[in-house]
Design a protein around this ligand. Structure first.
Ligand SMILES: [Zn+2]
Length: 214
């Protein structure tokens, strides 16, 4: 017998009698014509930082990949299984998105794990530990200063990792080329779960600022 948690079944019942009804035409035209989102978002898996919720986006608007701590690994065509790179390749080469937004968030568990590399692995595979080792050199630098508090390190690493992911995006030849042509823009943002505020990366300074309300 088909089985899903009751919360999901009732949620879908609400969707099909509510949001789907008001957006039926949009869903049907998306099914007929395919998707053409102009923005890709690279976000964390964290259940509190869903891009579609934060950006109030409808179906077909955002092409989203989520992974632990919204990291982008550097370009590495080595025949291994690169899920994030595959999503990036599809977004850039097939969908031809014009924007890529790397969105981090406060109180990120992946970042917390990276700041505590001596903690025992969650399983023998230590997939989180291995994944977060992408930013190990940054962690070393941050943890080397005893005057920086734990929570300062946490926020700093969340924001540094966004800049690091953007730098790694630029190691992909297709991203480099399209950015040079001016048809692709890279952006960074950091979401404050508690206040709902979005801090946006200033590409000149690398600082995060709250945008003027428009
Ligand atoms: Zn996170």
């Amino acid at each position: 017998m088909a089985n899903l948690p009751e919360r999901l079944l009732s949620g879908h019942r609400d969707f099909i009698t509510g949001r789907y009804v008001t957006e039926r035409d949009r869903f049907r035209s998306l099914a007929r014509e395919g998707q053409s989102p102009d923005t890709m978002v690279i976000a964390c898996c964290d259940s509190r930082s869903a891009p579609e919720v934060i950006f109030d986006a409808g179906p077909g608007e955002l092409f989203v990949v989520r992974n632990i701590a919204n990291l982008v690994p550097p370009y590495q065509p080595d025949g291994e299984f690169h899920g994030t790179s595959a999503a990036l390749e599809f977004a850039v080469q097939n969908l031809k998105v014009q924007n890529i937004v790397v969105m981090g968030h406060g109180r990120c568990g992946g970042i917390r794990a990276a700041l505590d590399p001596a903690a025992p692995p969650l399983s023998p595979g230590d997939f989180v530990g291995r994944w977060m080792s992408l930013v190990a050199p940054i962690v070393q630098t941050l943890c080397g200063n005893a005057l920086v508090t734990g929570s300062e390190r946490q926020t700093a690493l969340e924001r540094i990792c966004i800049r690091c992911s953007i730098a790694n995006l630029r190691t992909f030849p297709c991203v480099q080329e399209l950015e040079r042509q001016g048809t692709l823009s890279l952006h960074g943002a950091w979401f404050d779960i508690s206040s709902g505020d979005l801090w946006v990366l200033d590409p000149q300074t690398g600082d995060f600022e709250r945008p003027e309300s428009g």
